[in-house]
Design a protein around this ligand. Sequence first.
Ligand code: MTE
Ligand code: MOS
Length: 752
Amino acid sequence: MSSVGVSVKRKDAVEKVTGKARFVADYKLPNMAYAYTIRSPKPHILIKKIDFSKALKVKGVIKIITAKDVPGKNEVPLVYKDYPVFAEKECKFEGQPIGLVVAEDLDSARKAASLIEIDYKELPAVFDSLEAMKKNSPRIYGKDNIYKKFKIKKGDLKKGRAEADIIVEDTFTTNYQVHTYLETNGALADPQPDGSMIVYGTMQCPFYVLDAVSYTLGMPKSKVTIIQTTTGGGFGGKEDVPSIISSHAAIAAYVVKRPVKIIYSREEDFIAMSKRHPGWAKIKLGAKKNGKLTFAEIKYVIDGGAFATLSPIVLWRGTVHAAGPYEIPNVLINTYAVATNKVPCGAYRGFGQPQINFAQESLMDELAEKLNMSPLKIREINGLKKNSITATGHKLQEAGIKPVLKEVINKSGYIKKWKPVVNKKGKIRKGIGLSVTYYGVGLGAAGKHLSRTGAFVQVESDGSVRIAFGNTEMGQGAKTVLSQITAETLNAPYEVIQVEATDTSRVPDSGPTVASRTTFMSGNALMNACNPILLNLKKAASELLGCKIKDITAKNNRFYFKNKSVSYFKAVEFAHQKKFQMSFQGWYVAPEPTFDKNGLGTAYYSYTFSANVVEVSVNMETGEYKVEKIWAAHDIGKAINPQLSEGQIQGGALQGMGYAVMENLVINEGHMVNPNFTGYIIPTAKDIPVLNPIIVENKDKNGPYGARGLGEPPLIGIAPAVANAVYNAAGIRLKHNPLLPESLFNALNNKR
Ligand code: MTE
Ligand code: MOS
C-alpha cells in the first residue's frame, strides 16, 4: 500500500507548528461583543434576588442575559435534560452558570459581573458519592441521587465462591482528573441576516452542539450551522460542555443581534468544565489454587457531580469492563453514577475505565501474591483469548491478551527484572509493575442509536480531492489518518487530499467524536464514498487502455492492464470528460451490539487489547518515587500511520502517568482549592520517562484496512501498573489514586 501503513506528514503539522492555525480565540468578526459568565458563589443555593444595577452602569455593558432570555428551552440536551442553560432559582454547584454579561470588551464584562449582588439562601449539600446514596442525605437528583445504575449478572456467584480456594477483597478510590487541554473552552456565535445562526467553536461533537443550539434557541436544525475550529486538545473534555458554551454564545448573539464570543480563562475552565469522575470500587475475587479465577463481585460508584451530563454512558463503559480482560465464569457487577454538589463530571480518555481498571488490576496483583504466583502468571492463566467468553457473555473474535502481553514482556525484560518484594533492600529500590486492559471500540450497545457516520468525497478535474467527514480533529491525527484511508482507497497520492473543516451543514449527523471511534467509523464512511468513485476511475482507465473494468488493477497511483498503465491524474481527467460522477456521499452503520437486562450481550463490535509495564525507583526514606520507564503494547489491528500511533501511545501513557503520580484536584466542601496550573500539577518535559510504544497488528475484520480504535487505551492501564510497581519496590499497596509521595511516606512510616 502506498498511503496506509506509512508515516506520512500530518495534514495540520505546518499550520500548528508555525502558529498559523486559527483557534476560536483568534476569530474576530465586525461588531463582535464579548460575554462573561455569572456563576453560583456556593455549592448549593436558592437564589432570592439578584441586583444587576451596579453592573449595568459599567461602561461598555450591552445587556445582562438570564434564564428568562432563553428563546427556546432552558435545558441543555445531553443524555438527560437536567442541566439548565442558566439557573433559575436553585444552583447545585459552585460555578454553575446563572447568566451572562454581554459587553463591548471582555474586561468590561468581567468588571460588571464582579459588581452583581446575588442574595441567596444556602441549602444543605452533599459532597461525597457514598454519603449521597444514603437515605437521609440532601436530595439533588430524583428520589435517591442516582443518575443511573447498571448490573451484570453472569453464571452463579454462589458456585464461584464455593469453588474458590482463595478469596481477596479490597476497596480502592480514585480522584478527579482535569483535562488540561492547552486551549480552554470557547465559542463564537454569528447571527445571519436570514435569521439563521452559525456557531464556531472548539469541540469534539458538532452534532451534539447542533442539537443543543437549535433546542435552546427554539430554531430548526436546518437554520443552525456548527463549525468546529482548530481544537487544541479535547481528551473527552470537549464532548459535553461545548453544548453549554455554544448555547450561551448563541442565545446572547440572538438577543443582542451581534456576534458574541465567549472564551474561558483557565480558572473558569477548571471550575465549571467537566472532569474525570472520582471513583470508588469494592472488589472481591476468588481463585482456585492453580490460579484460575472462579468469580468476581464488584461494586463501583462514580461521583457524577451536580448534573448528569455524560455520567450514564461513562458508567456503562466502566461497567462492561469492570471485571478486566479475564475469563471469569461467575460475575456480579453493580454500578452507580451518583449526584453530588460539585462540578459535573463527563468524559475523559478511557471514559469510566481507568478508575475501575486501577482497582481491578491492583487486586489481581494482591491475588497473585496470595497464590504465590507472579503477576505475569496469573494474567497468562486468566487472560481473554480468541473464543473466550467476556464478563458480558460475549464470545471474543479478537486475539485477546496474549499477543500484547508477549510483546510487552519481551521488550521490557520483565521476567528477568521481576523479583518478589521481600528480597529488596536499600534506600533506593526498583520495582516493576504490569497491567492488562481491554477496550471496547465505539459507543457500544448503550450508544448504538448513534452508531453511524457520514462523509463526502469530491474528486476535482485536476485530481485534487476535497473530503469532509463528521468526526473531528482534536490533535489525535484524524485529518491525516482519514486522508490516508481516502488516498489509499481512491488510488490517489496522499498529498492531493484536502480536508474541509468539520461543519454540520456539509455532512449528515455522524455522532460524537469519542470512544476512539473515528478511524473505524469515518474511515469506513469515507471508503464507502470512495468505492463508487474508484469504480468510475477504473471505468475511465479501462476505456483508455482498451480492456474490461475487471481487468484493471489499481496500485501506486496508477491503473494497470497487463504491461500498460495510466496515471491516477489521467484517469481522473478522462472520467470528468466522460461526465462520470466523481463526488459521493458515504455512509457507514456499525455492526449492532447488544446488552440485556442482566448485562449480557455482545457489548461492542471490536476490542483493543493492551498491556503495560512500568519501572519505578522509590526512595524509602522520603516516599518520593520516579517512573523511569514505560512499555505499552496495543493491538490496534493495523497502524494506518505508525508514527501517529506511537504518538497516541506515548501521549496517552504520559497522561496516565500524570493521573497516577501527581494530578490532584482538591475540592473542599464543594469549593475548588487549586483551579490552576500552579496548584494542579501535570507532567512536564522533565517528568517524561522513557516511553516505549509497541504496536501489535492483528487485523480487525470490520475496520478500515484492519484498523481499530487506539485513542484512549494508552491511558487506561498506567495507574495500576504504577501502583503495582510501587508495591513491587516498597511493599506498600497504595489504594487511592493519585499515588502521592506523601501517602507513600506516611505508609512507610506506619510500617516502620
Ligand atoms: N489525542 C490528542 N492529541 N488530543 C486529544 O484530544 N483525545 C483522546 C484520544 N487522543 C485526544 C487524543 C480521546 S478522549 C479520544 S476518544 C480519541 O483520541 C478520539 O479520537 P479517535 O476517535 O480518532 O481515536
Ligand atoms: Mo474520549 S473520553 O471518548 O472523548
